[in-house]
Design a protein around this ligand. Structure first.
Ligand code: HAS
Length: 554
């Protein structure tokens, strides 16, 4: 007889503490990183200089901004959210799993502090991609290593829970959220191996003076093997919310459990063999392999198109259930006053131009036009800084009170709506002007400059001013959400806030077992990585000129 699947409604209280620890770090990073972002857009507009007494340069601020928001906010929020999702759907962590989780959390936090101190001391102004030959202090690289090691322990916790559940429920399909957290954990471990090799065998010994020169192209290639999968590590938790949580909030069912799992598997297969699309303009890599990886990039677009299809289907089915008519009648039936829904929805809408911009980037010829321009910055502010981050905010609105035993009051919900609207306006202005300035040739990652009065550079200035306006609006939204997080964590009325998890539509077909056959998927993942990277890496290593000594131009 099949064992009855236990229905668990809450995150275990001990697990809740572990999750909240991650949330505090994530939102602290948001506040500081957001402040750095504000300074940056103001300085870049040419209308503002950082007050003389404060000894902090543009690139140092940019490093703080990129690391805190791109690496720390995301990693801490994602791992916390996934632990909550696993605990809610597969049951409380065992003592061993929880202990591993805490060790992971503290390892990441200590690593973050080490890297942050070095950046603040101006010993690691290397931006969030820490490209060689810019050379940071070794403590910075060691700090980043600890962040990665800690994250592996937290992923290990989720992987252990997944297998424990499977063992206790033989023959049954795993809970969807647990499956998704498991896939994202595997994705993260597989991609971060690339950056681990880069740091441990190149950057760290080089900054310690153990090796004098470094192969710049090799480090960049290892970084981008990691870096593009990293963007899907950010995206998949947002997809977890879009597939499983948003339907429950709007009163719908999951459109298709199998389709959701298949899209996650496709991300697992195609996230890695595509990193060269970040290096299309770099010499030293054969055009043939760039072409292969560009082609594979077009495969990784498919699961996002599947997700879009599934979301439209969910919204339309729910709309029809509520009596909507016509092709777009469902639109009026959605719960616009619910911030838990509105923010992820704005994120979805932003992902349409964000994803389209990604397709432009990935198109070999068009990449020549936009690469290293501020267009790319516009692209990732729509994808990670809107689609992903707004979804995380929407999740935080119910997750934090769920974990702290409080409720999202109507007043706080209203503030949440303001955050969503301000974000949409601020990011709309900032990102659009970034895209437009990029098309006019404005470079990314550059301090304010009039480039000796060149007419082309004069054309960029109005867009930089617009970016400052958008960035200021975004900072106001960050202040409001910080206030909300403090309220939801410590002061909101006590009560029960639901952790929404939608059910699969009744009558849906059983999910095919092959979707959980990770031996098969593992073999395909490894084969694709070997195929896409072996020859390029051999060529880079054998054809490289003498490596570079380090530069610290700040
Ligand atoms: Fe990207 C650069 C290509 C997605 C992030 N990307 C970056 C960088 C970042 C980043 C951070 O090929 C800069 C890195 C650096 O510092 O140098 N990107 C792509 C492609 C996709 C893509 C093909 N990127 C993302 C996501 C990110 C992200 C996701 C973060 C989360 N990207 C590139 C390339 C570069 C690049 C090149 C290098 C550029 C260069 O030269 O340096 C695809 O995965 C996108 C597919 C997405 C879609 C959209 C599906 C839409 C959905 C929403 C449905 C909406 C609904 C609501 C239902 C096809 C799912 C409807 C309601 C209504 C009312 C309409």
């Amino acid at each position: 007889m099949k064992m009855q699947q236990k229905v668990i409604k809450n995150v275990d209280t001990k697990d809740a503490k572990l999750v909240m620890a991650h949330i505090y770090v994530a939102f602290f990073a948001l506040l500081l990183g957001g402040l750095a972002g504000l300074l940056q857009v103001l300085v870049r507009s040419g209308e503002f200089t950082i007050p003389g007494g404060i000894k902090i340069g543009y690139y140092q601020v940019l490093t703080v901004h990129g690391i805190l928001l791109g690496l720390i906010l995301t990693t801490f929020f994602i791992l916390g959210f996934q632990i909550a999702a696993v605990s809610r759907t597969a049951g409380p962590l065992t003592n061993l799993q929880r202990k591993l989780g805490w060790i992971g959390f503290w390892t990441m936090t200590i690593g973050t502090a080490m890297a942050a101190v070095m950046v603040l001391l101006n010993k690691a102004t290397v931006l969030y991609t820490f490209y060689a030959p810019l050379k940071a202090h070794w403590i910075f690289y060691l700090g980043l290593t600890l962040v990665v090691v800690g994250s592996w322990l937290l992923c290990g916790t989720q992987i252990m829970k997944y297998y424990q559940w499977k063992k206790e429920n033989p023959g049954q399909t795993t809970p969807l959220l647990t499956f998704m957290a498991f896939v994202n954990s595997i994705l993260w471990i597989t991609c971060s191996l690339g950056v681990a090799v880069e740091v441990l065998f190149q950057l760290l010994p080089w900054s310690l003076g153990l090796i004098a020169r470094i192969d710049v192209l090799l480090t960049r290639t290892l970084f981008w093997y990691f870096g593009h999968a990293l963007v899907y590590f950010w995206l998949l938790p947002a997809y977890m919310a879009w597939y499983v949580i948003v339907p429950k909030i709007i009163g719908a069912k999951i459109f298709s459990d199998s389709l959701a799992r298949l899209s996650f598997i496709l991300f697992l297969l195609f996230s890695f063999p595509v990193g060269l699309h970040h290096q299309l303009t770099e010499p030293g890599i054969d055009g043939f392999w760039k072409f292969i990886q560009v082609t594979l990039t077009f495969f990784v677009i498919i699961p996002s198109l599947m997700t879009a299809f599934s979301l439209f289907a969910t919204f339309e089915l729910r709309g029809r259930e509520l009596g909507s008519k016509g092709i777009l009648g469902w639109f009026k039936k959605l719960p616009w006053g619910d911030s838990r829904f509105l923010l992820p929805f704005i994120g979805m809408v932003a992902f349409i131009p964000g994803g389209a911009g990604g397709i432009v980037n990935a198109s070999y010829q068009m990449n020549q036009l936009v690469h290293n321009t501020i267009w790319v910055t516009g692209h990732f502010h729509l994808t990670v800084a809107t689609a992903v981050v707004l979804t995380f905010f929407g999740v935080a609105f119910w997750l934090i009170p769920h974990l702290t035993g409080r409720v999202l009051t109507p007043a706080l919900n209203k503030l949440g709506i303001y955050v969503g609207v301000l974000w949409a306006i601020g990011m709309g202005i900032m990102s659009l002007s970034m895209h437009l300035a990029g098309l006019l040739g404005a470079p990314r990652r550059s301090d304010y400059s009039e480039y000796g009065g060149a007419t082309q550079a004069m054309d960029w200035i109005p867009y930089s001013i617009a970016q400052a306006v958008g960035g200021t609006i975004l900072f106001v939204a960050i202040i409001i959400i910080t206030y909300m997080v403090v309220q939801l964590a410590f002061f909101a009325p006590k009560g029960h806030e639901e952790f929404p998890v939608a059910e699969v539509a009744p009558g849906a077909q059983k999910t095919p077992a092959i979707l959980e056959n990770f031996k098969l998927w593992g073999v395909i993942v490894v084969a694709l990585i070997i195929f896409a990277y072996t020859i390029p890496i051999i060529e880079i290593v054998t054809n490289s000129p003498l490596g570079s000594t380090g530069f610290t131009p700040w």
